[in-house]
Design a protein around this ligand. Structure first.
Ligand SMILES: NC(=O)c1ccc[n+]([C@@H]2O[C@H](COP(=O)([O-])OP(=O)(O)OC[C@H]3O[C@@H](n4cnc5c(N)ncnc54)[C@H](O)[C@@H]3O)[C@@H](O)[C@H]2O)c1
Length: 339
């Protein structure tokens, strides 16, 4: 998919969280389609440190960037010195993806520091450098509010991750009021799946988890009865939304999803169509909080970003399956399923 656009010629683009799932896809997209832009990736990268839930603190992995030819900076967005170094580079665009993306982390202090405080520091940097900010918000802000989910209603997060993203969106509105010339676009991603998510481990999408379970054991496990619905959105649509945000008709906050809620049983059906039959075991759901129905209202995203999702669940999964098979064949499934 190519957007003919030379408006980024000579522009300096920073991608925070660029070694992660969505950030690395963005970096590789700009490298391929905007050869005249300078693309810099900043990420804290994977280290040995873990949260109390057993998951790694930083999910960025160098292997997501094997094809990246630009500059890579190891840095922490919560570190003022790292931020001061960035400021000297005079970026034109910041695609801010860095965050504690693990929704099961309970450490409120760590999440709010990384997701909210650091975002404010980056916004201040944008004000001083006149840079545009395009950042990742999340459908987590809607908690368990009834779908379809629309900007400005039902914003009642159920976990601290969702709360942190809502606080980022609130900051955005405050900055847009105080600095009317600033360009800020917040993108509330729904359930993103696709290439380069394997190093998210247990927090990777259900599409990767179920695909790998089916390949490995010919059997998958779903919470009863698999009819919970989510808005699953393919990575290429998410990248397109970020690119479209460069030319947003209006700064603000927008939903990024497929616009259609689909069930876990629908995923199973797509996988069976491509992989052949396998067993499905339905188990009790141990989680007190579990979103049962999310669906992005994308009317405003279409209107102001000119965004149009192009991948149905069927097409997205079909596209993705060659990488899911490669992950399985390389025994990388352990990253996601454990051993
Ligand atoms: N994947 C989804 O379904 C989804 C849905 C909604 C929102 N989001 C948001 O999109 C963004 C990207 O998510 P992702 O799925 O690519 O997750 P990811 O964890 O793969 O990417 C986040 C990256 O940020 C880096 N990072 C974390 N803390 C950092 C810090 N303090 N300094 C520098 N780098 C740091 C990590 O190493 C990682 O590479 C995140 O903000 C996430 O909250 C993702």
């Amino acid at each position: 998919m190519q957007y003919i656009d030379d408006s980024l010629k000579g522009k300096r683009i920073l991608i925070t969280g660029g070694a992660g799932f969505i950030g690395s896809n963005l970096a590789l997209y700009f490298q391929k389609h905007h050869k005249d832009a300078e693309v810099v990736v900043l990420d804290s990268f994977r280290s040995e440190t873990k949260f109390s839930n057993g998951n790694l603190k930083s999910l960025g992995h160098f292997k997501n960037l094997l094809d990246f030819k630009g500059e890579v900076i190891v840095g922490d967005i919560t570190d003022k010195e790292d931020l001061a170094r960035l400021e000297k580079r005079k970026f034109d665009y910041i695609f801010h993806q860095a965050a504690i993306s693990d929704t099961t982390v309970m450490n409120q202090e760590a999440i709010l520091r990384a997701n909210v405080n650091a975002y404010k520091d980056l916004l201040d940097l944008c004000v001083r450098s006149n840079a545009s900010m395009i950042y990742a918000s999340s459908a987590g802000v809607y908690g368990n509010s009834p779908a379809p989910n629309s900007i400005g209603s039902g914003e009642i997060p159920e976990n601290v991750y969702g709360f942190s993203k809502l606080m980022m969106d609130n900051l955005t509105m405050k900055y847009l009021k105080n600095f009317p010339l600033l360009n800020i676009v917040g993108l509330r991603y729904f359930n993103v799946y696709g290439e380069n998510e394997v190093y998210k481990g247990k927090t990777a999408s259900m599409i990767l988890q179920l695909g790998l379970q089916a390949l490995k054991s010919k059997k998958v496990r779903l919470f009863k009865m698999g009819e919970q619905k989510r808005d699953f959105v393919y990575i290429q649509d998410v990248i397109a939304a970020n690119v479209k945000a460069i030319h947003a008709k209006k700064s603000g906050i927008y939903n990024v999803g497929s616009g259609k809620a689909r069930s876990y049983n629908d995923i199973i059906q797509c996988l069976k169509t491509n992989l052949g039959d396998f067993e499905v075991e339905y188990i009790e759901n141990p989680y007190k909080f579990f979103q049962t129905h999310t669906e992005a209202n994308i009317v405003l995203t279409k209107k102001f970003l000119d965004y149009e999702p192009r991948f149905s669940l069927e097409v997205g999964i079909k596209n993705y399956l060659s990488q899911i098979k490669a992950i399985h064949n390389a025994n990388l499934w352990e990253e996601v399923l454990g051993n």
